[in-house]
Design a binder for this molecule. Sequence first.
Ligand code: ARG
Length: 653
Amino acid sequence: MEAKINKQAQTIDRLSAELDSLVSNPQSEEAKENSKLKYQISQLQKAIAEERTNLKPLEVEMSASILDSLVSLFTVAIAGAFPNVPFIKAAVNPTSPKQEKFGDYQCNSSMQIAGMLKDAGEKIAPRDVAKKILDNIPSNNLIKETTIAGPGFINVFMCQKYMVNRIGELNNLGVQYDKSKSRGRKVVVDYSSPNIAKEMHVGHLRSTIIGDSIANLFEAYGYEVLRINHVGDWGTQFGMLIAHLIDLFPDYDKNVPRISDLQKFYKESKKRFDDEEDFKKRAYENVVKLQSHDPAIHKAWQAICEVSRIEFQKVYDRLQITGLKEVGESFYQDKMNAVVDQLKKRDLLEFDDGRYIMWAPGIEIPLTVVKTGGGYTYDTSDLTALNYRVNEIKGDILIYVVDCGQELHFRQVFAAASKAGFYDAAQTRVEHAGFGVVLGEDKKKFKTRSGETVRLVDLLDEGIKRANDQLLERGREKELTAQEMKDAADAVAYGCIKYADLKSNRKNDYVFSFDQMLDIRGNTAAYLLYQLTRIRSVNRKVEGKITDEEISKIATSGQFDLADPREFKLAKTILRFHEILSQAQRDLLIHPICEWMYDLSNAFSQFYDKCYIIEKKDGKEEIKVGRLILASATASVMEAAFKILGIRTLHKM
Ligand SMILES: NC(=[NH2+])NCCC[C@H](N)C(=O)O
């Protein structure tokens, strides 16, 4: 019985998440008009309602995310107030800065419920709906007060005592992540994934940066995260690369070939392939030999992979990307036969002009599973990889951080895999987290002045140079040691490159601009890292005047208040941490974390300008301990957020 309820609860969660992402997906704003989407939404609502009716009574689920807790409280209240309404999840949002005087959060479900009641023939004004909802709010320690505004909005004011306790806890324990939902669950994140023997380009940089922070996010909440580098290390192009390698480096199996420029090597091979008949023939033979594991040819292939790997690793080392495990396309070679056999057995493949294709439900273009001549494709290897990740690795969540250009490919693969029974969407969350292309400041494809692809190492070098120049401009070499200067330049350069990417909605194209990303006055890592050093230095003001123990005692007892509106605002922003991260896990969008960090830093500045840590009263100094606690809580959540973004913080800069 318990297990059944759990499963239903999970189904509701999943459906709600699907619904939320349909409704909140910014790109689908116009598409909302789209009747297909509307239908989907109403079907989802119905499905949720059905699950709900089997699952009574609803229970309040309080969590570290204040928003999620409020949603739960209101959801329960609505179910209690209107047991016959086919139930929806309460719509609660934090109020915008302009509306803050009307409340901290707002629930606007009353109108919708009144509409649903009206459809069912019952007339009741939204404001009366709101009253009834409020009568049914379960007792809790979160809400201080509520008001009904306008046509039936419910404004929620947060309880200060609750906030004080949570801030005190942050001071004493640091950020705590609720791991109850992640226990024993695995997340597979496929990211970076460059191609062997080709230059790793800015697209792979995006994938690396975004993928790494998605992986960090799930890991923070206790999931077992597998970071998979699905490198393109297989395919017919290796035939020609191997032929060229054998000609140029006959001792390839003894010494790592010194190919300094793989791009050039690739181009040379291609040219010979196109021009020389004999070379072409050898290239084809190599493909066959590679597939049949001919030892010498296999070694040549490995040598080429090794050269690439060394190049990739340079980028990973500099960006401090760790834990990324290479499981490339070649890994699935021997597993593809079995998958194709299964598909054939289930009669899912269609013979079409020499090749085997597979139609996936709802998708106009079929997958090519077997090429004319028997070879496999990118579709085949991804179907196989998905099957492996679900059924061998036992992943519960699969995430593919790959450019939006491959959106159709992933829709095909996911739909086909589900049709083939490789996974059940009710059990396994499988998502393509796509991202847009990188543009230069001229809004054209990102290239060097001479039109070449930008080498990532060069790009990173330039970042370091610019960050260093900036530090010199600010005269920092007078304060910092040589090592501190180097650390600062590294952290600022890589931090800024990462942050600039992460702060824009990944689905959009993104303009790469060093000037913007390094601007110490803008919403950049440079600015935020600097803010963090300031926040951390607050303690210095009271050095020798109060001990950490005394501070933590006050934090524990909750004997401080948030009387000044700037203190209150800062506390409220700090406490949105888990709400923001919970949404990020739902949407796989990182930019709201950056927006929140910027808000947090602004809230801190406003607080710090007006709320003095030491106040003079009748000629006596009074230490405002609550303010110290607020500053330390700010630093804790900010550091935690930087960690998730994969950005190293500094003590001095
Ligand atoms: N499972 C995957 N298909 N992952 C992404 C691979 C990306 C591919 N190597 C590329 O550079 O475009």
